[in-house]
Design a protein around this ligand. Structure first.
Ligand SMILES: *[C@@H]1O[C@H](CO)[C@@H](O)[C@H](O)[C@H]1NC(C)=O
Ligand SMILES: *[C@@H]1O[C@H](CO)[C@@H](O)[C@H](O)[C@H]1NC(C)=O
Ligand SMILES: *[C@@H]1O[C@H](CO)[C@@H](O)[C@H](O)[C@H]1NC(C)=O
Ligand SMILES: *[C@@H]1O[C@H](CO)[C@@H](O)[C@H](O)[C@H]1NC(C)=O
Ligand SMILES: *[C@@H]1O[C@H](CO)[C@@H](O)[C@H](O)[C@H]1NC(C)=O
Ligand SMILES: *[C@@H]1O[C@H](CO)[C@@H](O)[C@H](O)[C@H]1NC(C)=O
Length: 418
């Protein structure tokens, strides 16, 4: 974790496109994703919990944080006022933080909700890219983050001691993509479904995103409008989230029975599986089960929690798009379709007592959950998602496996030309 970092860095005039690997932590329950970048002075390789709904990047600066260049944001500064006004639920308070990170108490530090944390400035480093390979590390010397233990709270703890911060990619002026974007309002993520190789995030450019064997995934996007939290009318915890409107869900081309309205749908990298409000969940499970029976798949009597429909693995044929189960189509409000094949809808569960099943990786969100649909990590893997904060639209590729590539196929070979 604390490898010294000896490379030279400089700001390249030509390449202001940046990337960061995204690692899936498979062996954790539930699994989660981290973004790998460099923080502190001198720069240290750091894994931050990938959080699409968080407004700020947060680091627990009480743990292994020893940066020669970090400094607090003074309370009575225009930056502090701007940071605070970025919070809809704001605090204008300033406090004396009893912190050890600057060797003494810091008077009048800028305090931020929602994490009730304070703001600091430090260095961040990201690799440049030409869309094909990895370049040098570009230094952002004035990166604004907050000091909080939010990541540990989200990870509930003990087994993830090395993850002491989160990367906030939310809809906020001070999110990580917003701060590193100078020429474009676009960033993209591609979560890897492969245990052996990472996925990738792209910042400050909209194309090309090359994956071996030479597929530009930016050419395979469909677009749907992003709805902001005020319009989505959700609670304050989801203030910085990205929402889209879903009109209907089809299973093997058959629409499931839903009330006639648009469902507020949030994209989440924190939820490992897709979560559906009870009425949608019930309708989807019924249609999916019926359709699977038509495909000669018989659900087992005792599904593995938290899932509701599972099949014996040796009953299910496998294809390059994953287990051969009914295809799910999510129809967006503008009628574009997000296709979900077995690799993204199903979860393999193998246990010691000989249990080996595929379960539908969708869970029941209960009655009246604040977002009708939360699209979680399992459904996002090997799909490219592109967020354009300027035009407020989401680009999604559906499974890149359809184009014979995947998120783990970025060529991370380093070229020092840029
Ligand atoms: C912090 O870093 C400085 C300079 O790199 C070093 O001298 C010091 O021992 C470090 N302190 C801790 C607590 O690691
Ligand atoms: C805060 O800043 C304003 C304008 O910059 C100044 O007039 C005021 O005296 C400052 N207040 C404190 C407590 O420093
Ligand atoms: C604002 O945040 C505080 C502390 O997190 C919370 O208790 C309060 O309910 C929030 N207010 C609104 C209007 O969301
Ligand atoms: C759904 O609502 C729209 C407008 O409110 C209406 O035109 C349409 O016929 C409705 N569809 C169904 C299946 O009820
Ligand atoms: C599913 O199948 C059952 C049993 O054949 C049938 O009663 C039910 O109406 C079907 N549901 C849907 C949504 O097709
Ligand atoms: C990855 O990129 C490097 C540098 O451009 C190139 O030499 C190498 O052949 C590429 N790897 C593959 C598998 O194409």
């Amino acid at each position: 974790m604390s490898l010294p970092f000896f490379l030279l860095f400089f700001i390249s005039p030509c390449f202001s496109s940046f990337i960061a690997p995204i690692t899936k932590h498979y062996h954790q329950t539930p699994p989660f994703y981290t973004l790998q970048l460099y923080l502190q002075t001198p720069l240290q390789p750091t894994h931050l919990l990938l959080h699409l709904n968080a407004p700020f990047t947060a680091i627990d600066c009480t743990r292994n944080y020893n940066s020669t260049n970090s400094r607090p944001v003074p309370c009575n500064s225009s930056l502090c006022r701007s940071l605070q006004s970025n919070n809809l639920n704001t605090s204008s308070s300033c406090i004396n933080i009893p912190t050890t990170i600057w060797n003494n108490k810091v008077p009048n530090t800028c305090v931020l909700l929602p994490h009730n944390s304070f703001a600091l400035i430090d260095s961040l480093g990201l690799h440049t890219t030409n869309g094909y390979n990895l370049g040098r590390v570009n230094l952002f010397p004035e990166f604004i983050l907050t000091c909080s233990n939010e990541a540990s709270k989200l990870l509930h703890g003990s087994s993830n001691k090395e993850i002491t911060g989160l990367a906030g990619l939310g809809f906020s002026k001070y999110s990580l993509p917003a701060q590193v974007s100078t020429t474009s309002s676009v960033f993209a993520i591609c979560l890897s479904g492969s245990p052996s190789a990472p996925g990738i995030a792209f910042f400050n450019f909209e194309k090309p995103y090359y994956f071996l064997p030479g597929i530009d995934a930016s050419e395979h996007l469909n677009y749907t409008p992003i709805i902001t939290s005020e319009l989505a009318n959700t609670n304050s915890l989801e203030e910085y989230a990205y929402f889209v409107g879903v009109k209907s869900i089809n299973i093997n081309e058959k629409p499931i029975t839903l009330t006639n309205k648009t469902f507020v749908t949030r994209i989440s990298t924190i939820d490992p599986y897709t979560v559906l409000e009870r009425s949608i969940f019930t309708a989807l499970i019924e249609t999916f089960t019926n359709e699977s029976i038509e495909m000669k798949l018989e659900p087992i009597d005792k599904p593995v929690k938290p899932f509701s429909v599972c099949y014996e693995a040796d009953e299910v044929a496998e294809t390059y798009l994953g287990p051969n189960v009914p295809k799910i189509e999510v129809v967006m409000e503008n009628d574009v379709i997000w296709s979900v094949f077995g690799k993204n809808s199903m979860v393999r569960i193998i246990e010691e007592e000989g249990l080996d099943v595929w379960c539908l990786g969708i869970v029941d969100g209960g009655v009246g959950s604040s977002s009708s649909i939360v699209i979680g990590g399992n459904q996002l893997e090997d799909n490219l998602l592109q967020f354009d904060l300027g035009t407020k639209r989401l680009g999604f590729s559906s499974s890149l496996m359809q184009h014979k590539t995947m998120c783990a196929n970025f060529n991370f070979s380093t070229i020092n030309m840029f």
